[in-house]
Ligand binder design. Structure first.
Ligand SMILES: Nc1ncnc2c1ncn2[C@@H]1O[C@H](COP(=O)(O)OP(=O)(O)OP(=O)(O)O)[C@@H](O)[C@H]1O
Ligand SMILES: [Mg+2]
Length: 356
């Protein structure tokens, strides 16, 4: 997508770029089907929409789809990535300024709000707006008016505002960093993006889509994913959601080798420890502690194996445990027996005592 932050006014208006087919964007899960229904209904009405969801779940894509389905689809689509613009510049970027408004304001400059007239203004990561800018945005949403910095009079603009965030705005309201009245204004319709781990039924189709897409894009011929790798993709927790899956498949297409990404998945899985604590039932501290210890052990073993290029004898020495104990722990932790292996570890009894 052609995006610039400096320069001419027209450069702030963005093209919608490529959007994957609907069947891929929404997949099969019930949560995504419900989201699609909601999006279709709301797109044609000029009401603010708040898109919430973890990073990489597709908020950007949905914002662009809303614009492309709106009555103002031929109008401008203006995205503002709030954290990317330093706080002091954000006000002038958003609302523009008059000549002489501050030192260095040699001319008049319209802001992005104005540029989005009869189109869509997409405010990405809205929680980054400071309280002063939040009240200016509130005024815009309440009566469609805003004031350029240094101007004597308000201006009127017709604009559809779509906001996105990967934070819990409700918590920011409690902290006093986000205005409750603004939250009600931007949250007329809420679209909640499910994380990828809650729509596992779509992982295979998404992976196949990215494989085909990047094979064509990079003129490569990476083969269909093996059953082992597909099974690993199903089990993985996907903290980076669809973006992480896309990058993983891109890496596979470019490197043409599954072993590297299988290793990455295992390493990343071991970094993750998120105990499933059900606060409604009894909690076993003993069990949680045991779980945490096992996780820690896995992480340490993996690090040491990597540091010793998967030479298990050296790793056992470094860990001050016997070679046999290390083999047992590797198997117990579900780690691959050696760097390139994609097979399950063999039973310890079958392995030679000095396998390395
Ligand atoms: N449903 C989807 N189908 C296909 N690709 C998707 C889908 N959702 C996201 N992607 C891809 O994943 C990447 C991240 O998506 P996007 O930028 O929309 O996420 P986001 O929720 O806005 O993330 P962030 O909070 O980090 O800005 C993009 O490259 C996008 O093309
Ligand atoms: Mg985004």
């Amino acid at each position: 997508m052609a995006v610039t932050t400096a320069g001419s006014v027209s450069s702030l208006v963005q093209s919608l770029g490529e959007i994957p087919p609907d069947s891929i964007v929404f997949g099969r899960s019930e949560a995504m089907q419900a989201l699609r229904d909601r999006m279709d209904k709301v797109a044609s009405a000029n009401v603010p929409v708040l898109i919430q969801g973890e990073s990489g779940t597709g908020k950007d894509i949905i914002a662009r789809m809303i614009h492309s389905l709106s009555p103002w689809k031929t109008g401008p689509y203006v995205k503002v990535n709030c954290p990317a613009i330093p706080g002091t510049l954000l006000e002038s970027e958003l609302f523009g300024y008059e000549k002489g408004a501050f030192t260095g304001a040699y001319g008049t400059k319209p802001g992005r709000v104005e540029m989005a007239h009869r189109g869509t203004l997409f405010l990405d990561e809205i929680s980054e707006l400071d309280l002063g800018l939040q009240s200016k945005l509130l005024q815009l949403l309440q009566d469609g008016q805003f004031c350029r910095i240094g101007a004597q009079e308000d201006k009127k603009v017709e604009v559809r505002v779509v906001c996105a965030t990967n934070r819990k705005l409700e918590a920011e309201i409690e902290n006093g960093t986000f205005r409750q009245d603004l939250f009600y204004r931007i949250n007329v319709v809420n679209l909640q993006m499910p994380p990828l781990r809650e729509r596992r039924g779509d992982i295979e189709d998404l992976a196949a889509y990215f494989l085909d897409y990047y094979n064509r894009k990079y003129n490569c011929r990476a083969r269909e994913l093996s059953a082992d790798l597909k099974a690993s993709l199903q089990k993985y927790h996907w903290p980076g959601n669809i973006r992480e899956l896309e990058n993983l498949i891109k890496r596979y297409v470019i490197l043409g080798n599954e072993d590297v990404i299988t290793g990455d998945l295992v390493a990343s899985e071991r970094e993750y420890f998120n105990p499933d604590i059900n606060l409604d039932g009894p909690i076993s501290l003993k069990k949680l502690t045991r779980q945490a210890t096992r996780e820690l052990e896995r992480k340490v073993i993996l690090k040491v194996l990597q540091a010793h290029h998967w030479n298990r004898k050296q790793a056992a020495r470094a860990l001050s445990i016997s070679y046999r104990a290390l083999l047992y722990k590797i198997r117990d932790a579900g780690l691959p027996p050696n760097r390139s292996s994609r097979r399950r570890p063999e039973p310890i009894a079958n392995q030679g005592a000095a396998a390395d």
